[in-house]
Every structure is written in structure tokens, then in C-alpha cells.
Ligand binder design. Sequence first.
Ligand SMILES: [Cu+2]
Length: 141
Amino acid sequence: MPEGPAVLDQYAKQFVPGVLYVRVGQPVEFRNTEDMGHNVTVNRRSTGASVFDVETDPQEKYVHTFDRVGQYDVLCSVHPGMQATVIAADSPLATVSDEGGRFVIANVSAGAYTLSVTFEGRTVKQVVEVKGPRTDVRVSW
Ligand SMILES: [Cu+2]
């Protein structure tokens, strides 16, 4: 479990970062660090079920701890263009790629794993066999 909360900020009429990976049980601070009122609406992507819906006044924050693995759509009901994704996982073996889609997950023990990759709402899974200190993976999209 990472130390401290994860942070999803509202700044310049955007959620920053656009994709946030958190651990189940890790507090997440939804901050508003600009002088403009916002809202945070979070829905579970798989079902559309509402998780919470709160106003976030300037310089305020709302803390939520996700207790279920899954992907969550984050919206601001005040500004229709504002959106983000929270991915809550119960494993440390997760990361967010760079802009080129490259990623590194360190300290993975040898064995067979199912790699799950999500991009713009679509998820693909493939089996990965980790055998040595470095395993290169190309995701079949
Ligand atoms: Cu907003």
C-alpha cells in the first residue's frame, strides 16, 4: 500500500491526472485548487452505479476510499468537458503508461500472469509468462 493519499486535482477546468491508479483501501483526495466551483461525480464504469456526487468549492477537497476493484468514471457536472478515470486495483502490479504506451512494472516474481490493459475505456487481457529479470511484452490490441 502506498503511503499517503492519491490525489486527483481539479485545475484549469481539468482533472489532473486524467487517469489515476489507486490501491483499494488507499484514500483518494479529490482537490479543487483553483478559484472556481466544481463538482465530482464518480460512477462505477461496469454498472454505471453512482459512487458519490459532491460539490467541490475552491481550495477544498473531498476524500474517498475505494473499497472495490474496478474502473470509475469521474465527471464534473458543472463543466461537461471535465472527465477522468480512476482505476482501483488490489495489487501493486499496476501502472499508467507514458504517452507512447510504454510502461514498466518492476519487481515481478517469475510466474504466469494475466496482463490487463485499458485504453480509452477498452480493456484487453493477455497471459504473460515472467521468466527472468526482464520480460518484454507487446500488447496485442
Ligand atoms: Cu468543473
